[in-house]
Design a protein around this ligand. Structure first.
Ligand code: ATP
Length: 209
């Protein structure tokens, strides 16, 4: 099974997330992408304090029409700090595969600050998506000495275990969750930035007002 794992705060999920995930799925011929909303992101303040259960419901609505997309409640059900290394370890055992961990270039550039970052590269392939405003530095500028474990190939990088880092140029969509939260707070429209069912839910539950 060619599996993708797409983690995020998803506060809320937006059309940027969905479109770039679809492009990665197509490019890497993934059979399934699991969207995993974090419970407590270790790297971010959870702006607006929207509970995991609500963000889970928003993602459920957003992915329901795509047969390749699925929601995972793992991190929300686990509670506590959401460490990707624990999530990937769990999901790779469950699905008996080395998954592709999907993340934006902005997030990848910070990867060494993540909990047990070195181990992440032993557990998963990485699919790093371009994102407006995020530069793509040299691998050694991001991974420091850990970069020496990777060899350059025609498609990206590979380590001695055969785990890859692949860079995927996706359609630049300058959409962010923070922009959407700001628009909501100002009482402005978020139409065409999030799926319609997400917009309806956010409005009816007054989530970011
Ligand atoms: P915020 O604005 O609150 O910081 P965000 O829009 O970055 O949120 P997250 O849920 O933090 O959303 O993102 C989850 C993952 O999706 C991250 O790896 C991030 O880099 C990636 N991502 C989010 N939006 C885009 C986008 N428009 N293009 C490419 N990658 C994206």
């Amino acid at each position: 099974m060619r599996l993708g794992i797409f983690g995020g705060t998803f506060n809320p999920i937006h059309l940027g997330h969905l479109r770039v995930a679809e492009e990665v799925r197509e490019t890497l011929e993934l059979e399934k992408i699991l969207f995993v909303p974090s419970y407590l992101p270790p790297h971010k303040e959870l702006d607006s304090g929207v509970p995991g259960g609500i963000r889970l419901e928003i993602v459920r609505r957003a992915v329901s029409s795509n047969p390749f997309f699925e929601l995972s409640a793992f991190e929300v059900e686990q509670g506590g700090n959401s460490y990707s290394v624990r999530t990937i370890d769990h999901l790779r055992r469950l699905h008996r595969t080395t998954p592709y961990f999907i993340l934006g270039q902005d997030a990848f550039n910070e990867i060494l600050t993540w909990y047990d970052a070195q181990r992440l590269f032993d557990l998963a392939h990485f699919a790093v998506m371009s994102r407006p405003g995020a530069i793509r530095p040299d691998l050694k500028d991001v991974l420091a000495e850990a970069a020496s474990r990777f060899e350059k190939t025609s498609y990206g990088y590979v380590n001695s275990q055969g785990n890859r880092i692949v860079f995927v140029d996706v359609t630049p969509l300058d959409i962010s969750s923070s922009k959407i939260r700001d628009l909501c707070r100002q009482g402005r429209s978020i139409t065409y930035l999030v799926p319609r069912e997400v917009e309806e839910y956010i409005r009816s539950e007054r989530i970011y007002e």
